[in-house]
Design a protein around this ligand. Structure first.
Ligand SMILES: Nc1nc2c(ncn2[C@@H]2O[C@H](COP(=O)(O)OP(=O)(O)O)[C@@H](O)[C@H]2O)c(=O)[nH]1
Ligand SMILES: [Mg+2]
Length: 300
């Protein structure tokens, strides 16, 4: 078992144990209507959302013989393999990272920059959260640790100007990867949405193929709020993928299913802690195994 898997499993303990109490032993193949009602409640408590929990249980009972293993298969089917990440063909690969403050954007960028560096790629990061000097300093620490480079301007600078500078430098110096950090004050703030749209527009002006990917970071512990956040950001930022952080403490892994089902966006990475090793590519099988208190047929 990978150490990441064990950490994910630990993080989702609360969901799994909650469900385990409701599922009367994995030998029971066909559960009663009451059992299924309990399981449905358990799924809702694990943040799968009421609608999805009901639909899942219904389909598993009607069409799949009603075993817990069937529930696992149904969940796996909801998490199709992500399409390959868009590749850059004529310059740096540009990744724009968006999301509400505190979800883990800057930390995640640090982790991603480290991963790219480990692949031998040169990485340039743009400090687009210009609202607090501390935000730039925090990014600078991660960037230095990763062995990447950074473009920064003074506090209060226009984030779109920082993004433009970053892309230009990325092109001029032929970096392999350019990552642009952004601010994320509450998503209800119209100003933020206009600003994000502008950042995106300016990136494309500087480099028509960019951004190749736009990843929104959501905090897996915020439940339903994560759904609202993706809804708000999706169109303005042109989100192409999601990163779900903080699955280590939330016990609310069901949000991953809900986000996939609602938006059809690939989950690119999940975060299970604050250190470098705590960001991993999303693996549906490991994820569902961490969430459900049953083994899959292949593990048996
Ligand atoms: N437990 C845990 N904390 C995380 C994770 N990812 C980020 N954090 C923490 O969340 C806080 C906010 O992160 P930050 O990157 O500054 O968020 P930003 O405002 O979106 O840039 C920091 O204290 C991070 O260490 C994670 O996967 N698990
Ligand atoms: Mg930040």
């Amino acid at each position: 078992m990978s150490s990441f898997f064990s950490r994910l499993k630990k993080g989702l303990t609360r969901s799994r144990e909650g469900l385990a109490q409701l599922i009367p032993g994995r030998d029971v193949d066909v559960l009663s209507a009451d059992d299924w009602m309990d399981i449905e409640d358990g799924l809702i408590m694990a943040d799968c959302g009421a609608e999805l929990s009901t639909a899942l249980v219904k389909s598993v009972r009607k069409r799949r013989g009603g075993s817990v293993a069937a529930l696992k298969s149904a969940m796996l089917e909801m998490l199709p393999d992500a399409p390959p990440v868009t590749q850059a063909t004529d310059g740096p690969f540009v990744l724009l990272v968006v999301g509400v403050n505190g979800t883990g954007k800057t930390t995640t960028i640090g982790k991603l920059a480290t991963m790219f560096r480990a692949e031998g790629k040169s990485v340039l990061v743009g400090a687009g959260d210009t609202f607090r000097a501390a935000a730039v300093e925090q990014l600078a620490v991660w960037v230095e640790r990763a062995g990447a480079d950074m473009v920064r301007q003074s506090e209060g600078a226009d984030p779109a100007a920082v993004a433009f500078d970053t892309i230009q430098r990325g092109l001029a110096r032929a970096y392999d990867v350019v990552i642009v950090d952004t601010a994320g004050r509450v998503q209800t703030d119209r100003g933020l949405m206009d600003e994000l749209a502008k950042v995106r527009r300016v990136i494309t002006k500087a480099y028509p193929a960019a951004p190749h990917e736009v990843w929104q970071v959501v905090d897996g512990g915020t439940g339903q709020n994560a759904v609202v956040q993706v809804e708000k950001f999706r169109e303005v930022a042109g989100t192409t993928g999601l990163i779900v952080t903080k699955l280590d403490g939330s016990g609310k892994g069901g949000i991953v299913l809900q986000l996939t089902e609602k938006f059809g966006l690939p989950i690119r990475y999940v975060g299970v802690g604050e250190t470098l090793a705590d960001l991993m590519p999303f693996n549906a099988d490991e994820f569902v195994s961490s969430l459900l208190p049953v083994q899959s047929e292949s593990e048996e």
